[in-house]
Design a protein around this ligand. Sequence first.
Ligand SMILES: Nc1nc2c(ncn2[C@@H]2O[C@H](COP(=O)(O)OP(=O)(O)OP(=O)(O)O)[C@@H](O)[C@H]2O)c(=O)[nH]1
Ligand code: SF4
Ligand SMILES: [Mg+2]
Length: 421
Amino acid sequence: MEKTPKSLRLQIGLFGRTNVGKSSFLNMVAGQDVSITSPVPGTTTDVVEKTMELLPLGPVVFLDTAGLDDKSVLSEQRIQRARKVFDRADVAVLVTEPEVWTGFEDAIFKEALTKNTPLIIVVNKTDLAAPSPSFLEKVRRWAKGVVLCSSVQMQKRDEFVNALKRELLAACPEDFLKPPPLIGDLVPAGGLAVMIVPIDLEAPKGRLILPQVQTIREALDSDAAVLVVKEREYGYWLSQLKRTPDIVVCDSQVVLKMVADTPAAVKCTTFSILFSRLKGDLAEMARGVTAIDSLRAGDKVLIAESCSHHAVEDDIGRVKIPRWLRQYAGVELDIRSSAGRDYPEDLETYKLIIHCGSCMLTRREMLFRMEQAKAKGVPITNYGVAISFVQGVLERTLEPFPVALDAYQTQIRIHREETRS
Ligand SMILES: Nc1nc2c(ncn2[C@@H]2O[C@H](COP(=O)(O)OP(=O)(O)OP(=O)(O)O)[C@@H](O)[C@H]2O)c(=O)[nH]1
Ligand code: SF4
Ligand SMILES: [Mg+2]
């Protein structure tokens, strides 16, 4: 992590009057004492930098500044250094206290506006006084995001840090949400990717679906060759090849056949797994799927689709996944579904969320949905990961992604040990 150059890290500037708790807030987020704090105004006299990995955002650097109000006695040089943080910051975090809004806060707000820097307001010290609805209404109008916090209530740290992550995710510039490659890193220039595409009832007439087209396109962009076959012809064409493919990708519905027909030395995965890495956090999805193991009779499972495509007779989300889930769990489950923009408010009532490949969502939207699930303590996975899991081939289809495979193996081990004891 330390190898990531600073410019690739999201730079988060912390601003606020002396003594509002900027350094205490940073220490709470970092989970360690990074910046000195004290009741004496003007404790921080120079910029303090703290790099950390703030998932799902990735590497970030917090810049804790000296409070610049009339209580600070700083040299011109130090004032300039604190001011310069504004030029570096990709996101500005203004720390304030309930009901306190002075000319200082106004100045920070205006500077953020002029520099077009997204502003998040942290209302700190809420343990001393709750902010009034009118104060909150005012700050919500001005900032991209608002976080209510108490930097001394460590028992609520997770809640505060999750709220900050959600606001950062919503506010950070698009560049910082650059997706990992779809397939480009799995097939070298001059290499070969084989794609298995079933042409069944669900296949649209006369064309391929978007995820398949995008995957083919990215392999071609990597100067690789692509062989596209239906599942029935796959074995035959594999036997005709003079070289082994670098990667084989199939539609999740034929994953069992792909795994059976693919030699152990050849890497293989599914379109849906490729997309869960592109759009979200594959390791988290791989961890989340292990929740299927502990589903009990009557448990609520959400099948979340992010567009309202016309459901066909043997639809994957409405028919096939529920059937496989019930077969795997061996009990009756309460399986609900949501489609399009509506993502249920009562996520906490579900034992598991199984999300579609989210080809219609941006990476920011999907990461946001994952964060919402996490904030409510609900495991989340996706169609591709879940299908490979219930078919018993997930370790095979995660092989091309060592981090996700490791996350899955660790979680399933913990989980099965817990069930045994
Ligand atoms: N009750 C309460 N006290 C807090 C909170 N956050 C910080 N404090 C206290 O407020 C005082 C100032 O905190 P600092 O974190 O040093 O504040 P700062 O904004 O970094 O101050 P300067 O570096 O001087 O600009 C310390 O005594 C903290 O313990 C909070 O959420 N609740
Ligand atoms: S957004 Fe989801 S439900 Fe809609 S087509 Fe893409 S994967 Fe399927
Ligand atoms: Mg400080």
